[in-house]
Write a protein that binds this ligand. Structure first.
Ligand code: KIV
Ligand code: NA
Length: 270
């Protein structure tokens, strides 16, 4: 069996061919994505995408552990990264280490991700020094939606300096890569040129060292809303609705089950 990629491998891909990253929350989807991906992120987006929550804030460590275990079972090649959920790391380095260690030990994932720039630098350095690779996440940080007042573009105009300072801080703290979410393309390119670690864009720029999307968004499976930065590569929600409608019709007119789906007195299990 192939050895899976490590955080150090991902770090070493700076300036090389773009890193292919997707979220995954379950074993079967992880198996599908693993063949093409470098990173599978068990995002806290799982709360909105699979659990119907109104934001990522109610997502718990237990939810991340359960979905993390499922994804690790389905991943052979990709690095599995697990999001630290809201409230599990912001108190300080000790709390962050305790919970990151649980995520790593109980799932077998290769790294964690947490949101925040300069104010998280000490925590990132603390985790990295103790054996936990950290992917940073700056720009739009959805766990801060209540403080920001919405999911708007970050770093426009003079605000670019703030995001660049965050990028430098997380890189200096030892993060092995950084997600840039919903920032102007020009700023994403400047940060990518400035940092020695890979930038992974979502609503950022094709010039980033990699790209990530929420898999249910790009498959057209989650269709409650579609951010501008999402490209739909399939329309699985429509396909699923059609399949369910066809099944319902077959049940109502008794064309399902057909003879090949039912059992006779003879023939054992077949
Ligand atoms: O939770 C998530 O899915 C994420 C990515 C979109 C970066 O944080
Ligand atoms: Na997230």
């Amino acid at each position: 069996p192939q050895k899976s990629l490590t955080a150090a491998d991902i770090r070493g891909r700076k300036g090389q061919t773009p890193l292919v990253c997707l979220t995954a929350y379950t074993t079967p989807v992880a198996r599908l994505a693993d063949a093409e991906c470098d990173v599978l992120l068990v995002g806290d987006s799982v709360g909105m995408v699979l659990h119907g929550l109104p934001s990522t804030l109610p997502v718990t460590l237990d939810m991340m552990i359960l979905h993390g275990q499922a994804v690790v079972r389905g991943a052979e090649r990709s690095l599995v990264v697990i999001d630290m959920p809201f409230g599990s790391y912001e108190e300080g380095p000790d709390q962050a280490f305790r919970n990151a260690a649980r995520l790593m030990a109980e799932t077998g994932a290769g790294a964690v991700k947490l949101e925040g720039g300069r104010h998280m630098a000490d925590t990132i350095a603390f985790l990295v020094a103790r054996g936990i690779p950290v992917m940073a996440h700056i720009g739009l940080t959805p766990q801060a939606v209540n403080a920001i007042g919405g999911y708007r573009v970050q770093g426009r105009g003079a605000d670019a300096e703030r995001i660049l300072a965050d990028a430098r801080a997380v890189a200096d703290a030892g993060a092995f890569s950084v997600v840039l979410e919903k920032v102007p393309a020009r700023l994403a390119d400047d940060i990518t040129a400035d940092l020695a670690i890979p930038t992974i864009g979502i609503g950022a720029s094709p010039g980033c060292d990699g790209q990530i999307l929420v898999i249910d968004d790009m498959l057209g499976l989650f269709d409650a809303f579609k951010p501008k930065f999402v490209k739909r590569y399939a329309d699985l929600a429509t396909d699923a609705a059609q399949a369910i409608r066809a099944y319902a019709g077959d049940v109502r007119d008794r064309s399902f089950p057909a003879p090949e789906h039912v059992f006779t007195d003879e023939g054992g299990q077949s």
